[in-house]
Design a binder for this molecule. Structure first.
Ligand code: GUN
Length: 295
């Protein structure tokens, strides 16, 4: 069994970006910028956004965080997004999800310019992904594909089984690995909570992608020998041996499943750090494509 070290790969990607940004600065050029919009005080969202902003600063990218009150109206939020759509210093816009219930998430996502949609959530980006055009791919799926690439894991003709059908992970990773290109071309099955017996599907996986949101749900008897396991889950479970009283685990029972797998991502330190690295990479891509100062 080989561990897939997302922390190490994400550091490599951030270093690659940092070097390019230092080069831009030396030439006196504008640098890429990311505007992050956080609505309300969801503790997990606060942690995610501050870690995204910190990563921007580490690599020399411009970063701003707009912290908005939970009772902001949908129209006010849309006008803030439109302001950043027009701002040449910010090449990427990210609205942290989930949003408060009175706000229609789809309307908000659609108000982001597709040229700045570094989360890859806009229907234009999603549509481009489905038809195989180069586009902004949402960050967690892009990070998973990057891990498979950098560990030289063959995807062509392999049976990828995705558990979970969210718009953020399940649907886009299925579409990404379905594309007819070198780092994809897989046979993809997507299964979800309506399956009466998930293990019928998961046992067939050459590459299993677990994006369910249930702690340690994938057990050893649900996978075959030699499987590649990508665990997208981030779940808190009680742990009295830990001073915090809890620990973070994935959707996969790591101890038992790792014994049967050829490659596996740990939680934490697997897919999680890659999400931020790909956000930075998408922001750099937006800068190169639409920033007007890159050659
Ligand atoms: N909420 C959970 N994951 C994400 C993400 O990747 N981007 C945004 N904007 N919100 C999220």
């Amino acid at each position: 069994m080989q561990l897939i070290d997302g922390k190490k790969i994400s550091t490599e990607i951030k270093n690659e970006l940092r070097i390019q940004i230092e080069g831009l600065k030396r030439q006196g050029k504008n640098v890429p910028g990311l505007a992050a919009i956080l609505v309300g005080d969801n503790p997990a969202s606060q942690i995610y956004v501050s870690s995204k902003s910190k990563s921007c600063q580490e690599i020399g990218m411009r970063s701003i965080v707009e912290k908005l009150s939970a009772d902001i109206s949908q129209n006010e939020l849309i006008s803030i997004i439109k302001k950043y759509n027009e701002d040449e210093n910010f090449h990427g816009i990210l609205v942290q999800l989930p949003l408060p219930k009175h706000i229609d998430e789809n309307k908000i996502i659609e108000s982001i310019s597709p040229e700045k949609d570094v989360d890859g959530f806009h229907p234009v980006s999603v549509g481009n992904l489905v038809i195989g055009k180069d586009t902004f791919v949402s960050c967690t799926p892009a990070g998973i594909q990057e891990l498979l690439k950098r560990y030289n894991i063959e995807t062509q003709g392999k049976h990828v089984v995705v558990v979970g059908r969210s718009n953020i992970v399940g649907k886009p990773i299925a579409n990404l690995l379905l594309q007819k290109n070198k780092f994809a071309n897989s046979v993809v099955t997507v299964c979800h909570s309506a399956a009466s017996d998930l293990s019928v599907f998961t046992r067939q996986a050459d590459i299993l992608i677990a994006a369910i949101g249930k702690a340690e749900m994938i057990k050893a008897d649900m996978v075959k020998d030699g499987v590649v396991v990508i665990d997208v889950g981030i779940n808190r479970i009680e742990d009295s041996t830990n001073s915090k009283g809890y620990k973070i685990v994935g959707d996969v029972a790591f101890e038992e499943v790792s014994k049967k797998s050829s490659f596996i991502t740990p939680v934490p330190g697997g897919v999680g750090p890659m999400t931020i690295a790909m956000l930075l990479s998408n922001t750099f891509k937006a800068y190169k494509l639409y920033g007007g100062q890159f050659e």
